[in-house]
Design a protein around this ligand. Sequence first.
Ligand code: ZN
Length: 235
Amino acid sequence: MNIDSYSNNFGQRTVLTIYAHADDEVLPAAGTLSLMSKAGWNIRCLILTDGNLSSSPIKGTRHQEADAAGKIIGATYEFYALEEYNFSTQAVIKVTEEAIGRWQPDLIITHAPQPEKYGHRDHEVCAIAVSNVATRKNITLWYSAPPVFLRGFEPNFFVDITSVIEEKVAAIGCYESELNKAFMQLDAILVLSRFWARELGQKDGYFEAFEISRQCVDASFFTAMANNHQVIKHS
Ligand SMILES: [Zn+2]
């Protein structure tokens, strides 16, 4: 099988992120998406809701904020208007299947599934539905770190985002309406990024953490690893 035969657009790889609310994608993954964009990946961010039930007093600006963040990290956004706190697994399955049909992603990133006791209801429903489709269609699936309450999240894949930490901070800063949230504060972003570095025994640097739910690779994966001594050295 030709290694590019399942990729659209003449072999360009595509990552599809699916999150409940705009800003869910930048907090755990802006650095990684930025690195992937620079490496030539097509970055598609799908947002399920308009996010107007946020605790923020500023309403109706999240889509514009997402587009501004997308310019920084090299991502294109697509918005749905599912009802917050009320959308069904079935609705997300339908949206996910449609998006997969459009973009033929090589990789999907979504919320980590957490029990509602710890997680956000919308995040949990999104995670379950996306996992269902990705598993059924045999697409590589990663879960990103929850913004708070990391219980149930078991990271096993870490990305060094030190070279793009400023872009990550700037992308999060685009969500002006949400900057009142504690986990959106600059110190919280840097501390969590540094926390993942310390988990790896690194004194310096900033990392993002993911949990690989399932990963399907071809020969090009091993070529990339062979060419990246940094990864091998730290693994
Ligand atoms: Zn959210």
